[in-house]
Write a protein that binds this ligand. Sequence first.
Ligand code: COA
Ligand code: MG
Length: 288
Amino acid sequence: MPRPVRPRRSVLYVPAANAKAMAKTAQLACDAVIYDLEDAVAEESKAEARGLLASHFREAAPATGQERVIRVNLRAGAPDGEDIEAAARCAPDAVLLPKVEEPQTLLDARRMLDASGGGGIRLWAMVETPLGIVNLREIVQAGAPDHVGLDCLVAGVNDLAKETSLPLPEGRPTIQHWLSAIVIHARAFGMDALDGVYNDFRDEAGFAAECRQGVLGGFDGKTLIHPSQIAPANAAFSPTEEAVRQARQIIAAFEDPANAGKGVLVVDGKMVERLHADMARKLLARTA
Ligand code: COA
Ligand code: MG
């Protein structure tokens, strides 16, 4: 069954320990929010953060269409039991598993969520360690069946730089290969792929450049750390007006009765095949 197309252009992290920031998320124009119990929350504040998260989900309705995701902790490769139970009670759209390195982590998360009444909650996985990259195929293959529910891969660039000891200069040439690996594995199994965060959130030009790089690299959207990054990410990851115009033109050309039965046409001076009409329909679905 094909998955519904959901825009995931702008996906904002918010620390679950920060009630004030969480309260703001419903008013924000991001496509999704990741409520973080992991890296953004100090070890001694985890229990308090779970409590704040529970209150937030009880009290605040999401903005229309905004996807809600909870990032849990791993303990020795397995999802943290208390986090999973807290997440199941919140009933978000998905749970994000950090530092996934083995298929077993996904299977454990599925089993634990199902046992806690969270059978309808989907999974997202972070790829942010060398072993996560090396095992991408096994991880994505294990997550793909609908009963496991893996929908989305998320690049974790800060952890990747830490674990590989690679520097992260502007333009990220050092990790480009691994970012592409994440995208191609997501595509191979019909999932979405989200680019990593840009830490220097006051640098608008640098952020815009990295968004363009993410678009060219095939990502569906970008993970964000600050509300000011939402509008530029939405703009960068939306199809351009020109792309929408061309898509409509290609579809119209193939639907023209005069072209019935033709497999190849010339539109705007360029060869287009039926595969281009498929691509055009996909692009328009993302703008709906
Ligand atoms: N989600 C929702 N609201 C946020 C936010 C976020 N990620 N980041 C900032 N805000 C809010 C602040 O609460 C503040 O609100 P206020 O004006 O009512 O006080 C407003 O936006 C402006 O924030 P600003 O002063 O510019 O930033 P800051 O110094 O308060 O916070 C960070 C900077 C980086 C600490 C903060 O943006 C943050 O925690 N980001 C997410 C970090 C994270 O989750 N990391 C884990 C994954 S990499
Ligand atoms: Mg991380």
